[in-house]
Design a protein. Structure first.
Length: 179
């Protein structure tokens, strides 16, 4: 049996789980998330835990089993505590500003770059060079962080660009003068 799939998901107090057809909805103090589940995967829940089961041990169902269990666990975590990703901007003159529901980035290009953010995500800019993206949906938070990072990926010689706070950039030696 799948190691991830067989573990039950504990439901904390204040979280409600409901099902209508193939859609599982989880509602908590931070918001409400829904996920469509494959009809072949069985999801049972009570007030204390959610259990995900599969019909057989074929490779396809084993993959689906772990996937849907992880998605449901992320939904429970998202509606209770939420998710966040931190980005750092490194480079002379590189900075970010929050303007309403958008973020404007100055990254050494001839023009500033403006990004309108989804409603489910909130962004906080600290000191112009730290960006914290937070929300209840792990996929959306990660996608927004990846799109912002993709605007100026850290380069390997000086390390300038946008990186995740916990990311290590391996620097290359560069050219040396020949004698």
């Amino acid at each position: 049996m799948s190691r991830i799939g067989k573990a039950p998901i504990a439901i904390p107090k204040g979280v409600k789980v409901s099902r209508s057809g193939a859609v599982i909805t989880i509602e908590g103090p931070k918001g409400k998330l829904s996920q469509e589940i494959s009809p072949s995967i069985e999801v049972d829940f009570n007030e204390k835990e959610i259990v995900v089961r599969r019909p057989s041990d074929s490779k396809f169902y084993r993959a689906q089993h772990g996937l849907y269990r992880a998605l449901l666990a992320n939904m429970v975590t998202g509606v209770t505590s939420g998710f966040s990703r931190s980005l750092e901007i490194i480079g002379v003159g590189y900075r970010a500003e929050k303007v309403g529901k958008a973020i404007t980035l100055y990254l050494g290009y001839s023009h500033p770059i403006s990004m309108i953010l989804p409603d489910s995500v909130s962004v906080q800019v600290d000191g112009g060079n730290k960006i914290v993206i937070s929300g209840i949906d792990k996929q959306v938070v990660g996608q927004v962080a990846a799109e912002i990072r993709g605007l100026k990926v850290p380069e390997p010689y000086k390390g300038k660009g946008i990186r995740y706070a916990d990311e290590k950039v391996r620097k290359k030696a560069g050219k040396t003068a020949g004698a």
